[in-house]
Ligand binder design. Sequence first.
Ligand code: PGA
Ligand code: ZN
Length: 424
Amino acid sequence: VIEQVGAREILDSRGNPTVEVEVALDDGTLERAAVPSGASTGEHEAVELRDGDAKRYLGKGVERAVTAVLDEIGPELVGIEAVEQRVVDQKLVDLDGTPDKSRLGANAILGVSLAVAKAAAASSGLELFRYVGGPNAHVLPVPMLNILNGGAHADTEVDIQEFMIAPIGAETFREALRWGAEVYHSLKSVLKSKGLSTGLGDEGGFAPALSSNRDALDLILEAIEKAGYQPGRQIALALDVAATEFHSDGAYTFEKQKRSAEQMTGYYAELVRDYPLVSIEDPLSEDDWDGWVRLTAELGEKVQIVGDDLFVTNPERLEEGISRRAANALLVKVNQIGTLSETLDAVALATSYGYKSMMSHRSGETEDTTIADLAVATGAGQIKTGAPARGERTAKYNQLLRIEEALGDAARYAGDLAFPRYTP
Ligand code: PGA
Ligand code: ZN
């Protein structure tokens, strides 16, 4: 039974404030959860409440969200069983009363929702992945390691936000992570040897100044080979274009030229032809539904097309996408929707229509590792949580190492089965 709910303002990986929530149960259990924050956020995401007081943290303080937890949410939850997750989450939604969680803040609400789940798991003596996923949770996701950063996560002119490697050919998660880390170091040497910068972007990937997006893919292929791996069969590539960021007035400004959705689709078709790409996220803008439908019809048989800003982990937006056949996979970000129950609803909806799910961090992260457990709990088969470097990123990958070890012989690494559309 929930006895007390606490909250405080802490720092995220970009040095901005965020919310941490603590839930205490009457059996002495105390668990906490911290909330991440995006930079290339979707227009339709649940609202992250910021104070707007320019005298504190450049207006980004979250004292109002903390107060919402302490004064409004906490007292309502005292006395409820922590295992009643759906009751708790529904109460949070009702208490807020707005469709986008803008009154109490999705950051306040998510912190509470996740901390309640963690407390319930701990009090039941179960690991979080087991508590949420049940006895059949056993699939370790492919780590989609973001090793080269562009877009809103870097100060360069590289348009595509994330260049990821997917070690699909590994036997275990542990092996996949090692391959990824080796390629990360190999990429660093390749960049150095060409006189390119090895400074890092927000998600821990390198952020060199390059003249084209293809250059990034070529450098990564070279790094994979130099590390002794076979591009395609062993290590495939994936992109998060985050195209909403360079879309305005109906046009995409890409590599300094204005392009239509059709021209962008043609560009991706060439990339899919020339590179071992398993997945492309947000190839088009968040409200370009017609463009998404055409792109999916053209490329969806060959490659996974992931909706991030398009779906914002919102079951209603996903339903719209499913009925129109836009994209064929869902990016899952807990803070886009704000409660654990709604997140699980979105994944269940995706799964029931044959859409794949990729669990995801945000570019602003904390030491919280909940999404690692959720990836295994949902059997998503894919997780992206940045480079295999920087503590807030490795925290999640390291938690997956622990989960794989805990599962022992029962563990199965998703590998290339996570990408049924891909043939190397
Ligand atoms: P964000 O980026 O957390 O800055 O939104 C991640 C993504 O676009 O997937
Ligand atoms: Zn994205």
